[in-house]
Write a protein that binds this ligand. Structure first.
Ligand code: M6R
Length: 606
């Protein structure tokens, strides 16, 4: 949610912190701040708003030092303001914090009764005061002080602290909020996300819950809360920073939409044995006794889960249920030992999703993660992992991560179906052929959806939008509405078309347009009836239809044609007009497309 970047080394910390913050801004962008320290001096600056506002406050000659920490915030406790921005200070201590300290009211009362004055509304500031107090009470080092404070904190955190009294090091701890070390030559980075320092080093060490680390320019010292050494291995990141840059596109969202043909092919690469028409998922092993699947996720990933249910039920004839991660944990779920929990998360860091996965594991289920970010928290925690291989997704509105999730789910469903003998050879071979056509047909879908750029001018005065779909396109209707809400701040709803007449149809008039997912197939006649119902109430309708469907043009106002594909894979192609519609509307409105207000890319708080 919020972003952290820290540096200790031989170079000036300030430019490295600023470029790290720039790359992390997608995580949270309502306020930013940084601290740089050298012997006996610490300079701290904070600002409401985006990084540019912070930069305008900085005179680089004032921020000299080889050690520092920066933070970009997504407000939870206290509004976005200079005062609530991190770092928070207490005398010579500066800290940044991601996560939520749940018992902060109690701790704040305690620390204030000890004479420490909180100047912000945040739950984070108390950590700085508690550390100072622990030092004053006799802790000899920053690390010991931090370890003294951690047992008092309830909730999730990644905390990084520094002090002008120990300017040669930064100290950090994590519990439920990610932190990763970047190892350079005579320098170390520490961040909530590798993108913050990937332009400097690709050698990384991931920290786990309970780790307390002291970083100096040439050493990494990790201990647990009791001070016992924890051994860590390092790994190498294989993607590079140019993959996370805009490369000529006006927005990351647009770039990521256009990357889909390539990333779908990456998702499939090595996972299909074309000669024998087989799916090859050597990464995982599924128990042949598997009887039930639970799919858990949030937001767009939840929409992928809904589509996954269709795939698993139809191809593997396996009973499947879907649940929002934020609901799962609190309903005392019943999980059988013959059940597999498939947890889907682009970032692999979503707090609700992580907690739901932990709960499912506690109840005895094996966890299969579908994630995009290699070695993020969820894959590291899970029993099996399938990576979606979408490459870094920077835009807050998820696009390519979603369609690669769908393809990964399709591969998994075929894999389980073959294992369970629910797919005959002819069907399997047809499915594989169709899967292999997806990258090319994705490129066609993008080309044909570009007409939406002109179409949207007819929809400028809409009070709101309703997206209608049936079967496995109902989740695409949900996704279309979510994309539009996120990027344009417009009211939009996704609805199963058959439910329209049970209430929402009351909203329909000429200023309440409908986007109808109406490809040819078994549900086509039903969709045509739904279209007629809204047309007769004055709605303007855009249909997403099958290439070559001549009839549909006479029934609706505007049409986007999609190439024909196996109906189980149609959601992949039908995502494109949803994404481009949202993008074009937002672009015309002039919203901040890649960083929509109030949102953050990875939601690491509950
Ligand atoms: O990283 P995750 O897939 O776990 O994220 C889940 C949601 O926060 C995410 O999909 C969100 O809904 C997107 N911004 C949608 O575009």
């Amino acid at each position: 949610m919020c972003g952290i970047v820290g540096y200790v080394g031989t170079r000036d910390a300030l430019p490295l912190l600023l470029s790290g913050l720039q790359r992390l801004e997608y995580r949270g962008y309502d306020s930013t701040g940084l601290a740089v320290c050298s012997a006996d001096t610490m300079r701290v600056v904070r600002s409401e708003g985006k990084l540019q506002q912070l930069q305008s406050k900085i005179n680089p000659t004032d921020f000299v030092g080889h050690t520092g920490v920066g933070h970009t915030r997504w407000a939870t406790h206290g509004k976005p303001s200079d005062q609530n921005a991190h770092p928070h200070c207490s005398e010579h201590i500066a800290i940044v914090h991601n996560g939520i300290i749940e018992n902060y009211h109690t701790l704040r009362n305690e620390i204030e009764s000890d004479g420490y004055q909180c100047v912000s509304e945040t739950d984070s500031e108390i950590i700085a005061h508690l550390i100072l107090k622990t030092l004053r009470d006799g802790a000899q080092t920053l690390s010991l002080a931090l370890r003294g404070v951690l047992p008092k904190l309830e909730g999730s955190y990644a905390i990084v602290l520094l002090s002008e009294r120990e300017p040669e090091r930064i100290v950090a701890a994590t519990n439920g909020s990610p932190l990763v070390i970047g190892k350079g030559k005579n320098e170390m980075f520490l961040a909530s996300d590798v993108t913050a320092f990937l332009s400097e080093t690709n050698h990384v060490v991931y920290l786990e819950a309970g780790d307390v680390v002291t970083l100096e320019q040439d050493s990494i010292d990790v201990v647990n809360h009791d001070g016992m050494p924890v051994s860590k291995s390092s790994s190498e990141i294989t993607w590079n920073i140019t993959q996370a840059e805009k490369q000529g596109f006006r927005h990351f969202m647009l770039k990521e939409i256009y990357e889909q043909p390539q990333v779908l092919s990456d998702t499939l690469s090595g996972r299909i044995d074309a000669a024998n028409a087989h799916v090859v998922l050597d990464e995982i092993s599924i128990d042949p006794a598997l009887q039930k699947l639970s799919l858990i996720a949030c937001g767009t990933s939840f929409h992928a889960a809904l589509i996954g249910r269709f795939l698993f039920e139809q191809l593997a004839r396996i009973s499947s249920s879907c649940e929002l991660a934020s609901e799962f944990r609190y309903r005392n779920p019943v999980i059988g030992t013959d059940e597999l929990t498939v947890v889907i998360s682009q970032s692999g860091e979503t707090a609700d999703t992580m907690i739901a996965a932990q709960e499912a594991k506690r109840l005895g289920s094996k966890i299969l993660a579908i994630s995009n970010v290699i070695d993020s928290s969820l894959p590291r925690f899970s029993d099996h992992v399938l990576y979606t291989r979408a490459g870094p997704e920077i835009s807050v509105a998820s696009t390519k991560a979603f369609t690669t999730q769908l393809v990964t789910l399709a591969l998994l469903a075929i894999h389980i179906g073959v294992q369970k003998n629910t797919i005959d050879d002819t069907t399997r071979s047809h499915l594989i052929d169709e899967l292999m056509m997806l990258p090319t047909k994705m490129a066609d879908s993008i080309r044909s959806s570009e007409c939406l750029q002109d179409i949207i001018v007819h929809y400028e005065n809409a009070r709101g939008f309703i997206f209608l779909g049936r079967g496995n396109l109902y989740p695409i209707a949900l996704e279309g509405a979510l994309k539009l809400k996120e990027t344009s701040y417009l009211h939009a709803e996704g609805y199963p078309a058959g439910e329209m007449k049970h209430g929402p149809i009351a909203m329909i008039d000429k200023d309440f347009p409908v986007i109808a997912l109406a490809p040819q197939g078994v549900l086509y006649p039903k969709m045509k009836t739904n279209i007629a119902e809204v047309k007769s109430r004055g709605a303007r309708v855009i249909a997403i239809a099958t290439e070559g469907d001549k009839e549909i043009t006479s029934l609706v106002d505007d049409v986007v044609f999609l190439p024909d594909i196996h109906p189980l894979f149609l959601p992949v192609l039908a995502s494109v007009p949803m994404q481009l519609f949202a993008y074009y509307v937002a672009d015309r409105k002039g919203t901040d497309i890649d960083q929509p207000r109030n949102l953050a890319k990875s939601v690491t708080v509950e």
